[in-house]
Ligand binder design. Structure first.
Ligand code: SAM
Length: 254
């Protein structure tokens, strides 16, 4: 016999992320803002011009591109964010690094997962901790991210350490860096993906997961990175997941 209250609660749990209604509303707003920017003609033209420049001269990024992107969210799409949240929960990830935080949208999901994982582990292992190390080189973006994290509140804000500046420098700072990283999100300009991975690889725990965005749509720009993670001699087993643009999921099994 069916149980009506079970059906009701099943209907209520279709949202994959455990978050307060207030936080869900904030996330929806931030994704909408980002999607509106990404759908604009000027943004489409920008991506087309990047491709043309790469084809013509091999240019992968430029100061002009940085200027253009300074007020853009370029947030990870909502389904990818929900996936990394669930992945982090499944892995019980407590030490996460995010390369490229922008206005901090994906960071919110990661911090939410880390916070919930820590609370869960604390029931069995008193004293355990965890955090997301977020990174952003643009001061104005970092300031906006902090505002959104504050708005997100206690579910999120306490679990983030933001390192401002060039991540190839800030992630070298030993203080506060976990000995073992559970999960690394590479949502960064493509030329930085491989140097960032190599910088952090010595800290990846066995079974750590590295998620890299847009490896399908930008496969030429990711050529070196993909050659590296797809060569099992480097310690990874890897798979492109069929999210929009392609999302590489690499597991460190050295
Ligand atoms: C695709 S966006 C990140 C989006 C973010 N993960 C989200 O979902 O909201 C990439 C960000 O990396 C930042 N960035 C680029 N080069 C960087 C560097 N060398 N160090 C730190 N941040 C950098 C850019 O300013 C940009 O905001």
């Amino acid at each position: 016999m069916s149980n009506p209250s079970a059906t009701r609660s099943a209907e209520l749990t279709t949202y994959p992320v455990i978050a307060s209604a207030k936080l869900q509303a904030l996330l929806r707003k931030l994704h909408e803002l980002s999607e509106t920017q990404e759908k604009s003609w000027s943004q489409k033209l920008f991506y087309l011009m990047r491709l043309v420049r790469f084809m013509a001269s091999g240019e992968t990024w430029s100061a002009m591109a940085d200027n253009h992107m300074r007020d853009k969210f370029v947030a990870l799409e909502e389904d990818k964010c929900q996936f990394i949240y669930l992945l982090a929960r499944a892995m019980r990830a407590r030490n996460v690094v995010e390369a490229g935080s922008s206005f901090g949208v994906s960071t919110i999901y990661l911090a939410l997962a880390v916070g919930q994982n820590v609370q869960h582990e604390l029931q069995r292992y008193p004293g355990v901790g965890g955090k997301v190390i977020a990174t952003e080189k643009e001061t104005s973006k970092a300031a906006k991210a902090r505002e959104y994290w504050k708005e997100a509140g206690n579910e999120v804000e306490p679990w983030i350490e933001l390192r401002e500046g060039d991540l190839l420098e800030t992630l070298r700072v030993e203080e506060g860096m976990p000995e073992e990283i559970d999960l690394l999100l590479l949502d960064i300009w493509t030329p930085l993906a491989l140097p960032t991975l190599k910088l952090l690889q010595p800290r990846l725990k066995h079974g750590a997961v590295v998620i890299t965005d847009n490896v399908g749509v930008a496969k030429f720009l990711y050529r070196d990175f993909l050659a590296y993670v797809r060569n099992s001699e480097n310690g990874f087993r890897t798979l492109k997941l069929p999210f929009k643009g392609g999302l590489e999921c690499s597991v460190f099994l050295a």
